[in-house]
Design a protein around this ligand. Structure first.
Ligand code: AMP
Ligand code: MG
Length: 434
C-alpha cells in the first residue's frame, strides 16, 4: 500500500461549501479507517480510566436490571386482588418488613401486607405497593388507605425492565461519558475494550512564530495555535505528538512532515496554506502525498489543506493530513467544524456530531448568503427569562479573545442572509463539545 488515499479531487479548484468539505473528509477518513482497522487496535482498560474512550465492542449486560421485581417506593406491598373489595377503604394487617438487600420477606396472605423500603424485593404473592404517605395506621398492626390511592401493579419495578441480560447496554462506537461508566459498573463490569487512541501530531508553520519560552523579537508573534490545538485534542483524549514550530522552508517542512507521518496517524498543521504562501507546503505535499488545497465558502477559516501522506516506514497506513489556516480563530473553527468529528470517526466513534440548538438572536447580524459563518456567541436570558444569543462583538479571524469570551458558535448557514433581532439561529454550545 504505497499510494496515499486521495480526497475528492473534483472539489479542489472551486470554493467548497462546508457540507461538501465534510463529505469529502468523511469519505477519506472511512477509507483510511478501513485500512487501520485491519490491525484491530484495541485496548482493554479499567473502567475508571475509560472516560472519553470509544467502545470497541458492544457491552452486553450479564444480568437483568433490576435483577428482581422490587418496590419503587417506601410503603406497603400487597396483592392487587385486595383492590377488588367492594368498599372504598382497604384495611390490611402488616405482616413484617423487608428492607433493600434482604431476601427473606414473608409472604402476604389475603388481608395482609408487608412493609417495604424502596429497592426491596417484592415479597411473595405481592404485585402492588401503596406509598407510605397514602396510608394511615388504623389500629395496632393495621393500615388503611383509599382504594383509589393505587392501581394494580403500581410502584413495582419489574425484573429486567431497564435492561435484559444479553442485550447491549452500551454500543460499539460510543464515546464513554460518566453515565456510561456508572451503567457499566451497575452491571458488574470492571474492564472495557476500547479502541486504541489515535495519534495526532501537531505543528505550527511560520517564520514569524516564536515559542512561549523565547523572548518576543520585533515583528514576531507567539505561537498560540499549537496550544489551542493541544488543549482541544487533550480534551478529546487523543495521543498528542507535539512537533513544535517549523520554519517556512522546503527542507524544514519536508523534514517535519516526514518525521511526523512516521509516528502519527494524523498530522494537523496550522498556517502556510493561503494562496501564494502555500507554495512550499504545496510542493512538499505533492512530494509526500495527495493533499488538496481547498477554499471553503466559510468565515472564518477559508483556506484549508486536506488529504493524506504516503505510508512511510515503519507505518503501513497513510497519514491523514489537515493543514489548517494560520489565524487563531480560524484554527479553532476549522478544528471544531471538520477535524473533531473526523478524528473521532477515525478512532471508531459512531455519530460523534454535536447537536445544534435553536435560539433567538438578540441583535441584528450582517451575513452574506453563499457561505457559512461561525460567529462567536454568548447565551444569556433577558428580563423575562427568555434565552437569547448575542455575538461577542468584533469577529475578526485573528481575535482569539472572541473565542475565549464566547460560549457557543452562532452558525449562520450557507443560504442564510442577514439576521434581524428575534430571528431564530442555530447555536453550537461549547460545553456540549464532549
Ligand atoms: P497564514 O495562514 O500562515 O498566512 O497565517 C495567517 C495569520 O495567522 C498570520 O497573521 C499569522 O501570523 C497568524 N498565525 C499563523 N500561525 C500562527 C500561530 N501558530 N499562532 C498564532 N498566530 C499564527
Ligand atoms: Mg504563515
Amino acid at each position: 500500500m504505497n499510494k496515499p488515499i486521495s480526497a475528492n479531487q473534483e472539489f479542489q479548484s472551486d470554493f467548497l461549501s462546508v457540507s461538501e468539505a465534510r463529505i469529502a473528509i468523511s469519505d477519506l477518513i472511512r477509507k483510511t479507517q478501513e485500512l487501520a482497522k485491519l490491525k484491530g487496535a484495541i485496548d482493554t482498560i479499567p473502567l475508571k480510566e475509560s472516560l472519553g474512550r470509544i467502545v470497541a465492542k458492544d457491552i452486553l449486560s450479564p444480568i437483568d436490571v433490576p435483577a428482581n421485581d422490587n418496590s419503587a417506593m417506601d410503603g406497603f406491598a400487597f396483592n392487587s386482588k385486595e383492590l377488588d373489595a367492594n368498599q372504598d377503604q382497604i384495611d390490611l394487617r402488616t405482616r413484617g418488613t423487608i428492607y433493600a438487600g434482604q431476601t427473606d420477606a414473608p409472604s402476604a396472605q389475603a388481608g395482609e401486607c408487608i412493609k417495604v423500603m424502596t429497592g426491596a424485593m417484592m415479597p411473595p404473592n405481592c404485585d402492588t405497593v401503596v406509598p407510605q404517605e397514602f396510608t394511615q395506621s388504623s389500629s395496632e398492626g393495621m393500615i388503611t388507605f383509599a382504594k383509589g390511592a393505587v392501581r394494580p401493579g403500581e410502584n413495582r419495578r419489574l425484573r429486567g425492565e431497564d435492561l435484559q441480560a444479553g442485550k447491549a447496554a452500551i454500543q460499539q462506537g460510543r464515546i464513554l461519558r460518566a453515565a456510561d461508566i456508572g451503567l457499566a459498573a451497575s452491571l458488574g463490569i470492571s474492564k472495557l475494550m476500547v479502541y486504541k487512541k489515535v495519534k495526532v501530531a501537531i505543528l505550527s508553520s511560520g517564520d514569524e512564530l516564536c515559542s512561549t519560552e523565547e523572548q518576543l523579537q520585533a515583528g514576531k508573534i507567539y505561537d498560540s495555535n499549537r496550544f489551542s490545538l493541544y488543549a482541544l485534542l487533550d480534551r478529546l483524549g487523543f495521543e498528542i505528538i507535539d512537533c513544535g514550530i517549523v520554519r517556512d522552508t522546503p527542507e524544514e517542512l519536508r523534514k517535519a512532515f516526514t518525521s511526523a507521518s512516521q509516528k502519527a496517524d494524523v498530522i494537523i498543521s496550522s498556517g502556510g496554506v493561503s494562496v501564494g504562501e502555500a507554495d512550499f507546503t504545496k510542493q512538499i505535499m505533492d512530494e509526500l502525498g495527495e493533499v488538496g488545497f481547498w477554499k471553503i465558502a466559510m468565515r472564518p477559516g477559508r483556506p484549508m489543506a486536506f488529504g493524506s501522506l504516503k505510508p512511510i516506514s515503519p507505518k503501513t497506513t497513510p497519514t491523514v493530513f489537515f493543514g489548517l489556516p494560520g489565524n487563531p480563530v480560524a484554527v479553532m473553527v476549522t478544528f471544531y467544524q471538520f477535524v473533531r468529528n473526523a478524528l473521532l470517526q477515525l478512532n471508531g466513534a459512531v455519530n460523534p456530531e454535536i447537536p445544534l440548538v435553536s435560539v433567538q438572536s438578540a441583535e441584528a447580524i450582517r451575513k452574506k448568503s453563499g457561505r457559512t459563518e461561525f460567529q462567536r456567541g454568548v447565551l444569556f436570558r433577558d428580563q423575562e427569562g427568555k434565552l437569547l444569543v448575542k455575538t461577542t462583538g468584533s469577529q475578526g479571524a485573528g481575535i482569539l479573545r472572541s473565542m475565549s469570551e464566547a460560549d457557543c458558535f452562532i452558525i449562520l448557514h450557507h443560504d442564510q442572509g442577514n439576521i434581524a433581532p428575534g430571528d431564530w439561529v442555530d447555536v453550537e454550545i461549547f460545553d456540549g463539545l464532549l
